[in-house]
Design a protein around this ligand. Sequence first.
Ligand code: UDP
Ligand code: MG
Length: 153
Amino acid sequence: MEQTFIILKPSTINRSLVGDVITRFQRKGLIIAGIKMMQLDEKILREHYAHLVDRPFFPTLVKSMMATPVIVMVLRGKDVVSVVRSMVGATNCRNAAPGTIRGDFGMSGQENIVHASDSNENAAIEVARFFRPEEIFDYTPVTLPSLYAPDER
Ligand code: UDP
Ligand code: MG
């Protein structure tokens, strides 16, 4: 099974949506392999958002991501990167479909509730950037046989 990397952004912390967002991932059947709270700084954000450093909104993005501590997570599941991206929805919450996390919980293109990795390659890079190996747990929930057929596990 694959892994993906999630940030519950300061918008989620400030708006008391942590439980609602995590509940969605859990009810879907995704396994929490790692979870912690941390304060982001400009150094890690310049790496994490390296593809955006030259964009005009980058300074406000950095400020927004440092506004409160965040909750970072590693989620595990079959095809989890694409499953989570479709649960999260379009980048701008105003364009995100109802039923998606951004579509249901936000109104902003920047204050958009969560980050989720966009490929397996980036997920591996991001997990390693934000977690130490011993903070990721490889366990089998007792519910696994109800979540997947034997050939899907
Ligand atoms: N962002 C922004 N303005 C934009 C595009 C992106 O403030 O016009 C922010 C937004 O918070 C987004 C993050 O930059 O989540 C990363 O952008 P990306 O294109 O990677 O979108 P995502 O993968 O988060 O959907
Ligand atoms: Mg992205």
